[in-house]
Design a binder for this molecule. Structure first.
Ligand SMILES: Cc1ncc(COP(=O)(O)O)c(C=O)c1O
Length: 344
């Protein structure tokens, strides 16, 4: 019963098969190999545009921070949600790689920023202010609370941001989970909704170690090649990152994996609600945040369930907020067993 994180899952079979399949002979290094070029073309197909560049990174943190580095300006501000991974969990990577841009938290509901909240925060930071000037906004899709911005909300947010000429970044560590929830196209959820650059996550949904920065607005992100190389993210054997993404994107495997993870999360949510446990946030992707009493938590732990308590969730006396994350590897049996124990 592994619900601690989608990062606890292994790599999926199609990803591993692709790694093995492409491990033959020699190939040119540093991203000039035919497979890397093929995968870049695949991204162009998937996102329905030729005006796109793709930059592999090893981690989502690197993708986020290097994107910000490439659009940085002196005294720049990056607006993001008050619980964003980029703000709370990346050890100041964006601040470091962007030469000191400041992160400005924007209030959220269920992990999402509203266009109104973004407007209110921007109004506090007129251009030329000594505090700093807004340069970018970073939105997490799916959010850290497992919710998903609908397309109209995304468009409203980027609309507000564009009025101030901000670069619009999407942290897509769980991009596929959000995409299958909305049932829209990758293009609709990104550049057609005003997104300039995307941190495209592969690792949580079945890759071993493959993320990519996808840039839709080349003018907004300058010198990304230099930032990426200087930060040590130009892979010499790029073909193996490409191989993972090749297996990941082939035959809709990435979407099937995300659909499965989301379905497992829905099942958890329905079962927990049915047995009287409250949920702190709506379940729209692959994360569930129930409030459980201490006895239930102890029973689950004793039975070997892995999950984290989540102090950010307000919980009453004798209870605790918990985060459950499902993945492509979650089985129906694990979910059923967890629900049985949680039901008491
Ligand atoms: C929303 C979000 N963004 C970015 C990341 C960064 O991923 P990594 O651990 O690969 O740096 C994570 C990882 O948990 C995440 O949940």
């Amino acid at each position: 019963m592994i619900f601690a994180s989608d990062n606890w899952a292994g790599a999926s079979q199609p990803v591993m098969d692709a790694m093995v399949r492409h491990n033959t002979g020699a190939a040119p290094a540093y991203g000039t190999d035919p497979l890397t070029l093929k995968v870049r073309d695949r991204f162009r197909e998937i996102f329905e545009t030729d005006d796109l560049t793709v930059w592999f990174t090893a981690t989502g943190t690197a993708a986020n921070a290097l994107t910000m580095a490439a659009c940085a300006r002196p005294g720049g501000l990056v607006l993001t949600s008050d619980i964003a991974h980029v703000l709370c969990d990346e050890w100041g990577a964006t601040e470091f790689f962007s030469h000191g841009m400041k992160m400005v938290p924007v209030e959220t509901r269920n992990g999402r920023i509203s266009a109104q909240a973004l407007s209110r925060e921007l109004a506090k930071h007129p251009a030329g202010s000594r505090f700093g000037t807004p340069v970018a906004v970073s939105l997490t899709q799916a959010s850290e609370c497992g919710t998903v911005y609908p397309l109209d909300e995304l468009a409203a947010l980027t609309g507000v941001a564009k009025e101030r000429d901000l670069v619009c970044h999407m942290d897509g560590a769980r991009f596929a989970n959000a995409l299958v929830h909305l049932g829209c196209s990758p293009a609709e959820m990104t550049w057609k909704a005003g997104i300039d650059a995307l941190s495209f996550g592969g690792t949580k949904n079945g890759c071993w170690c493959a993320e990519a920065i996808v840039v839709f607005n080349q003018d907004a992100l300058r010198d990304l090649a230099a930032h990426r190389s200087r930060a040590g993210h130009l892979f010499s054997k790029s073909r193996f990152v490409a191989a993972q993404l090749d297996g990941y994107l082939e035959n809709g495997h990435w979407l099937d994996s995300a659909r499965h993870a989301n379905a497992m999360a829905s099942r958890l949510a329905e079962g927990l609600t049915a047995s009287g446990h409250a949920l702190a946030h709506p379940v729209e992707a692959n994360e569930v945040f129930p409030v459980l009493d201490f006895a239930t938590i102890a029973r689950l732990r004793e039975a070997g369930a892995a999950f984290y308590e989540w102090p950010e969730i307000e919980a009453g006396e004798g209870t605790s907020g918990v985060r459950l994350v499902t993945s492509f590897a979650t089985t129906s049996e694990e979910v059923a067993r967890f629900l049985e124990i949680a039901a008491g």
